[in-house]
Design a protein around this ligand. Structure first.
Ligand code: SF4
Length: 164
């Protein structure tokens, strides 16, 4: 049975920066019952508290954070890059430990977003980009989906199971 990594906030865990959560999502609930889900909040795993100040990547590209060319900054200007990178590395460790090839991560997060991100101006401006964890997992060959792509994630899980 193919397992997957899932953002904890999508499972109802109150780990969002503002203490909130998301869901429920029927497919995620089913996968949890089937024992497929490895749950992680990269920001909490990286050592940040909940609640915590909102953070953004100037330019919105998690890959640039991994390369050291951009920081992750809170809305107060505090540099939280180290915690974001630590959380991404823990995600990668889990992926390797469990042999995961699929992830469902929260959209538009500076850690988890897979297609769009806020631009670093804290003005609500979305641009194409991905979070730090999403970028590291994609580099490692993981197929990263978000909560509006659950059908695509299910199709990928089914495809992988057919192939193995
Ligand atoms: Fe944690 Fe990712 Fe959810 Fe943010 S989006 S609360 S980092 S799991």
């Amino acid at each position: 049975m193919e397992k997957l990594l899932v953002s904890r906030c999508l499972l109802g865990h109150k780990v969002r920066y503002d203490g909130g959560a998301h869901g429920p999502f029927d497919l995620l609930q089913r996968w949890q019952e089937e024992g497929r889900i490895v749950a992680l909040c990269p920001e909490v795993a990286g050592g940040l508290p909940t609640p915590r100040p909102p953070a953004e990547i100037p330019g919105g590209q998690g890959a640039q954070v991994l390369d050291g060319s951009q920081p992750v900054l809170t809305n107060r200007g505090e540099d939280v890059t180290a915690a974001f990178v630590a959380g991404a590395e823990i995600a990668l460790q889990l992926v390797r430990q469990h042999g995961l090839r699929v992830a469902v991560l929260k959209a538009r997060s500076p850690s988890c977003g897979n297609t769009h991100n806020y631009d670093g101006s804290f003005s609500g401006t979305l641009i194409e980009g991905e979070g730090v964890t999403a970028a590291l997992l994609r580099r490692a060959g993981v197929r990263v989906f978000n909560e509006s792509q659950l059908a695509e994630a299910a199709a990928e899980l089914a495809r992988l199971e057919q192939c193995s």
